[in-house]
Every structure is written in C-alpha cells, then in structure tokens.
Design a protein around this ligand. Sequence first.
Ligand SMILES: O=c1ccn([C@@H]2O[C@H](COP(=O)(O)O)[C@@H](O)[C@H]2O)c(=O)[nH]1
Length: 597
Amino acid sequence: AQPSAPSPISAPLRDLELGQLNFLHTTDTHGWLAGHLQEPSYSADWGDYISFSERMREKVEAQGQDLLVIDTGDRVEGNGLYDSSEPKGVYLSEILRHQHIDVITSGNHELYKQNTSETELLHTVPNFRGKYLASNIDIYHPETGELVPLAPRYKKFTTDLQGIRIVAFGFLFDFTGNYNNTVVQRVEDTIKEDWFQEAIRDKEVDLFLVAGHVPAHSSEWRAIYKEIRGTRWDTPIQFFSGHQHIRDYAKYDSKAVALASGRFMETIGFMSIDGLSTGSGPSKESQPTFKRRYIDNNLFSFYHHTGLDADTFPTKKGRKVSQLIAESRTALQLDQVHGCAPRDLWMSRVPYPNPNSIYTWLETKVLIETLKDESRGERPSVAILNSGAIRFDIFKGVFTQDTTWTISPFTNGFRYVKDVPYEKVQLIMEVLNKQTKILSTLQDNTEPSLLPLVPPEQLARPEEIIFDDDELSEGWLTSNMGGSSQVPLSASNIAGKIVPGYTTKDDAGDDGDDTIHAPISFYKVPNCIQALISANSSGVPEKVDLIYIEFVQPYLALAAKFAGLELDFVKESDVYMPNITLTDLILDWVRKHWKCE
Ligand SMILES: O=c1ccn([C@@H]2O[C@H](COP(=O)(O)O)[C@@H](O)[C@H]2O)c(=O)[nH]1
C-alpha cells in the first residue's frame, strides 16, 4: 500500500470458494492504481493486487487448478495518477503493465479522445500483446491512416495446468460517443460476422470467455448469449463485465453467468468454475458450478484469502510496483494540499438538495462564485452542469491535487448562448430532469440517449435505497473516512461496529461481498443541476446567458427543441471562459475558501 494509505480495519469476512478454474477481475479502475488514500476499505494499491494475484496463483496451482486475470477497461480518466501528467497516462501505463493480465479489453473512456485511443494502440496493446482483445473496435492507424482492428478480435488458448480450452472475446458496449478516429461496431452486428460465427462453431471448446466493457445485465450480453446458445446449447459461458461501476452478477442460464466488479479499485472480482471439461476429457460432473465473490481491495482481505501476513504476502514485483506508484505520485505532486474541506460532501449518500450534497455546494457556491467571462460584463446567466461530470465524494480534511482529479477529471470547457429567456431555461431544465421519457420519444437513433448525464452508478440502480438507521454509517463515516486528519480510527476504536460499505444484492443473492458491511444509503440525483448567476439583482432576470458544460450540448439541443426554443447550439453558441474547465473552477474556489487551519 502507499505510505499515506490508511490501514485496513478488521471485519468479518466470507471466504473464497476456489474451483477448477479461478478468475480475478478488475474493471473501471479509472487511474486509481494507488488505491484509496482516505478509505481504509479500499486502501490497497496495484502493487498489492500484483502480490495478491501472484500469491493466489501459487495457491491454486499447488492444488492443480488454474487462475486467469481479467481487466475490462476504463483504466483511464478519474485520478491524478492518470490525468495530471503531460501527456496524460504516461505514469499509469508504466505501472499497469507490470500486472500479468490474461484478457484485457477497452472501455469507452479509452476512446473519447484521439490521443487516448492512439495510446491504447501504440502502448497498451503492445504491452499486453496476445492478451488485449477488441472484438468490435477499429482505429484509424495514426501513421498509415488505414482502418485496422484495435487488437485481435478473439483468441483461443488452453490453461496452463489443466488444458481447459477457452475461446475468448473482448467487447465494448454499443458506444456512440467515441472520437472519430475509432469505429465501434454494434455488438449485435459484430456477432453476425464470419469470424465470430466460426469461433462459436469450434467444437473443441470447454468455455466461452466473453470479457467486455458491457454491463452484466445488458442487451449486448443477451445478444451474444443467444447467438452462442444458438449453436452451442450447453458450452459454459463466463462473461466479465464493466461500465456501470457496480458490483453485479447475472445468471443467463445454469451454464452462463456474468460478473461485474465495481469501480475505482474498490473491488477485486473473484469467480471460480468447477465441472468444466478439458482437452483431456469431459467433466465428471453433469453441471458446472459457478461461485462469485466481491473482494474489498485492502490488505486485510488479501492476507485472509491467501492465508499470509505482512511478512509473507508481498512479492518482489508487488513491492516494486507499490514503490513505482509512490515515486510517480511524488513526481506528479499529487499530495500537494490546496485546501481543507470543512465537511464531507456526498454525491449520493444524502438527498439532493442538501447542505452536504456536492451538487448543492456546486450550485450555491462554486459555479456562482467562479463562472465569469469578462467579455460578458455583468449580464445575468444560468449555468447548467450534468451530475455525471462529478465522479467522487469530497471527504472532510485535506483537499489535494489528487482530490481535484478524482472529483472532476473531465477536460470539457464551458459554452454559452446569449439572450435566452429565463423561462425557457427553466423549461429546458424541466425537460432534462423530469420529462426524460417524453424527450426520448423525440429522439431518433442517431441522437444520444439522455441517460448518460447522470453518474453511471445511478443508471444501474434507478431506485433509491434509504436506510432510516444511518446513524452508524454517518457516525462511522465522519470519524473514519473524513476526519480532519484523515487518519482512520484503529479497529479497537470501533470495536463491535460493522464498517459501512458494499451490501450487494445480485442474481445469486446477498452473500457476494467478501466483507460484511453496514449498508449505506443511495439517493438519486437529477440529470442536471443549475445555478443562477445574477450579478447585480436578486430578482429573476428576463433573459440570460445560458452557460453549459460542453458535454451536455447535444442533450440541451434536444431539450430546447422540446421547450419550443429554436436554437442551433452548434452555430449560435460560443466558448465561455476560454481554456477553463470545471476542474479549474473547483480548484480555484477551494484555494480561496477552504484554508487549512
Ligand atoms: O466528458 C464527460 C465524459 C463522461 N461524463 C459522465 O461519465 C459517464 C460515463 O462514465 P463511465 O465511467 O464511462 O461509465 C457519462 O454518462 C457522463 O455522466 C461526463 O459527464 N463528461
């Protein structure tokens, strides 16, 4: 773990159930390879994960079993370790490559920008040669201009110890927001291609392994499931999923399941399968059995599952990578303190609006006090921001260079349209937040969906989860995750209390999490929030500058149409505060207002 990481807190644990074939899975790590430096439950780093997978491999191989390591994308954007270097990702890429990964795929974040996808092609794919799969992604090669597969479409391999014959694919969901140097083919079309049809007709296969940046419960996985089942009615299928930032498990039939392993290096997903046939013969069991576990990413869990301790657990490579992360963080000055947050600000643990909501803070403080383009003088304005632009909570205590990127990693600037009637802006907000169903009927297939305006976790669970008895969580959170010193209380301080954290319910029940936690409430947030910036008057202005973060422009255009506002946002908008991003505004505000005592 990193030198400043809090020690994990002991908690009751459920064991891993090892099987004939075992998997460790990460997804949506978004640059958090240093682990969480303010949350003991997720405080292990990528070096610890390397040690964990090496020790797990030793353990299963000693029993004649196999272990495979999977990553399903969105490794970039969301943490200073990725975002704060120039060019972005140079440190991260060097850290990531030390993990032995058997199947690795791209997420949508690898494709938003030209340089990110080119880095995948020129660095990550070669770093993971033979492991990186891209079943439905092509890229215009930066040197030749030719449209080529980002990586091989699929591969067939056999496991080291038992010779289990596996055909593996690597998909991305039907993503449309990629930069125009890549082409993402719809999954539903890809599976009709000859190469896929040939691959699933191979009779010498013991397991189809479908890895991808695709939710566990999704139309894309269902389409693949049906296509495979159409020709191979009983070959086991293991899907590895991502994108929604949740822990999830889906059962397609008794021989086909999907695992999704959370986000931000909070979770190491574990799967085991028993009862597979191998190259040397059929299985003795009539049915395969699947077991899943969501491991909290901390050393307490890792020691427990490997049966090792602080002296025996770390491997040479693991230690080296933890050291490399520490050096990279120092070089990037990620511990530089910009201010001290006086209280926790939550994305979804409190209702909105609320004094402890990060969105209320943005609306009532940050946007109002920082958004000002000198060229627009004192004109009143309304600023619109999508809730998904914010990625993480702010904990009471130090606000560092790293915090800046964890809460606001995106590089979107702001645009504005002048002289929009205030009433129309309110109608647009109404459409964006309340009339989304009506609006979606106006959309044709080429328009983006409205849903991605919210944080991905909310897409996955549209219903609120409210625990009346949040006292335990609240008290614990304040003292352990956001104390002013950011030093967690030791286990003895919270003796008898269960640590708040994931309490996952999935298709296999409610016993998936390795750590037994107290539940945390989950409140919904709106698609968009707004701030009225009315320089000189307290009344409601007649017309305003409608300022918005670039990401929402297509959604705004649709909502405006429905609100009866004839506006061509592409032609009639202009840049607001050139070269300034939301990240810059937040940092500026924090520096001015959150002085450390
Ligand atoms: O420029 C951007 C890019 C993304 N978002 C938000 O993020 C989610 C997608 O996140 P995943 O990690 O890929 O699930 C998207 O729905 C937006 O809410 C953004 O606001 N700005």
